[in-house]
Write a protein that binds this ligand. Structure first.
Ligand code: FAD
Length: 453
């Protein structure tokens, strides 16, 4: 039998790759991990973590504005120091990079810095060195996609938003997905004048229709200028340094920064997949079976490079399935049906399970329960922000198959409900659960009257 340098060679030190490498090594496997940038990948460096930190920063603006209703006298308008926030964020991310490094080193994973490329089904090259492995895991993630537009050299993608210099007083966000909406909310909260351009009639494709409309209303109410059915024809830089976007309808928008948050594509270019014979899909994603095996039996792929649900916890879960199958004792499949997720706009979205439209297609008859109200906090805060909640129940089984919320801490609230939904909770179970009073979350267990129709 051929002797390999490693049992597992992982390409990519992001969410999926780090988890797979560490867990495989803990099973006693000889593991190497190649990373061309910082450990932690998208989530730690330019995704979930810095984004959430900046979302907290933006939230203080609301808190300062609302404090007067609770008796606090804040004499001056509070000043925001962008440089300070960037430095503090960079320090925390560096700390996390170090935590990842020591976790991997502690598990005896061999770390290799550099760009990895396939040589064949069992061999990877990093710079001028070749490494052989019994199994290879592709965990190279994704990267921003920007459509062709004249003046493209003037725009930025989400990776650049955390270190902009100077702070963009006027920000134009192009796109209507969750990253576009989150960035719009964050920079609006931090004091920028924000316009969001979406080429279709709604934001957040794939989310429940009521949620999409409700959030759009809240974002507009918070001061974001949302423009639908609009595309940019050309971007130019003016003599004063400002950018100018010419819109298809003849209007123009000036901005200091133009962010294109127009989707992400799998990171497979330059990986040498052809050399190993790994099949890819139409958008370059690695094609895998239900056990994350590619068209080449020794090669697996997890996370954004191959998955349909591009989320950190999904990448982690897929990595665990691969490791358990290769080095543990269990061979299982993931069920993606009730993956909960949040959008850290202001207010947040939390969602789990089916949208109303998808539930009607899948289950036929459904009951819809929904509620919209002003949260207790805002009775004194002076804020006009409202909260929205919706339950979708399969009539035949009484099972709650969709749960959606737009409101403060929606992500925190929905996580717990996701456990109940995975366990098959019915509407009767929700109804017999005692609420926690006074909270917004109790509304989910007290909605009694389905919507007519
Ligand atoms: C702005 C933004 C916000 C997000 N917010 C959230 C959120 O709130 N919640 C959530 O769950 N998800 C969020 N995500 C998505 C989340 O970051 C990804 O789903 C997750 O990071 C995917 O993990 P991964 O392991 O597949 O890839 P990544 O984390 O992207 O890691 C891939 C790694 O591979 C390295 N690499 C690539 N090619 C090579 C090569 N040839 N050789 C060596 N190294 C290579 C890259 O440098 C990178 O470090 C967000 C993403 C973005 C962009």
């Amino acid at each position: 039998m051929r002797a390999f340098d490693f049992d597992l060679f992982v390409i990519g030190g992001g969410s999926g790759g780090v988890r797979a490498a560490r867990m495989a090594a803990q099973h006693g496997a000889r593991v190497a991990l190649a990373e061309c940038a910082e450990l932690g990948g998208t989530c730690v460096n330019v995704g979930c973590i810095p984004k959430k930190l900046y979302s907290y920063a933006a939230g203080y603006a609301e808190s300062f504005a609302e404090a007067a209703g609770y008796g606090w006298k804040i004499p001056e308008p509070p000043a925001f120091d962008w440089q300070q926030l960037k430095e503090n964020r960079a320090r925390e991310i560096k700390r996390l990079n170090g935590v990842y490094r020591s976790m991997l080193e502690g598990a005896r994973v061999q770390l290799i810095q550099g760009w990895a490329q396939f040589v064949d089904a069992h061999t990877v090259r990093v710079d001028d060195k070749e490494f052989s492995a019994k199994h290879i895991l592709i965990a190279t993630g994704g990267m921003p996609f920007v459509p062709e537009v004249a003046g493209r050299e003037h725009i930025v993608v989400s990776d650049a938003m955390f270190d902009l210099d100077p702070f963009p007083r006027r920000l134009l966000v192009v796109g209507g997905g969750y990253i576009a909406c989150e960035m719009a909310s964050i920079f609006n909260g931090l004091g920028a004048e924000v316009t969001l351009l979406q080429r279709t009639a709604h934001i957040l494709n794939g989310f429940d229709e009521d949620v999409r409309q409700f959030l759009a209303k809240e974002m507009s109410g918070a001061g974001i200028d949302l423009r639908f059915n609009t595309v940019i024809d050309m971007i130019t830089r003016q003599d004063d340094g400002r950018l100018c976007a010419m819109l298809s309808r003849g209007q123009r928008i000036e901005a200091d920064t133009i962010l294109y948050a127009t989707g992400r594509v799998p990171n497979t270019a330059g990986l040498g997949l052809e050399a190993a014979g790994v099949a890819t899909g139409p958008n370059g994603s690695v094609v895998v079976d239900a056990h994350y095996r590619t068209s080449v039996p020794s090669i697996f792929a997890v996370g954004d490079v191959s998955t349909q649900q591009q989320l950190t916890p999904v990448a982690l879960a897929e990595a665990m399935v691969v490791v358990d199958a290769l080095f543990g004792k269990s061979r299982r499949k993931l069920d993606y049906q009730f993956t909960p997720t949040a959008v850290f706009t202001h207010p947040n979205i939390g969602t789990c399970g089916y949208t109303e439209a998808a539930a009607r297609m899948k289950f036929g008859k459904v009951h819809i329960f929904s509620s919209e109200f002003r949260a207790l906090r805002h009775t004194l805060s002076g804020s006009h922000e409202r909260t929205f909640m919706k339950l979708i129940v399969d009539q035949a089984s009484d099972r709650v198959v969709g749960l959606h919320m737009v409101g403060a801490d929606a992500g925190e609230i929905v996580q717990g409900f996701a456990v109940a939904m995975r366990a098959g909770a019915t509407k009767a179970d929700f109804d017999s659960t005692i609420g926690i009073h006074p909270t917004a979350a109790e509304e989910f267990v007290t909605m009694r009257e389905p919507m007519p129709g």
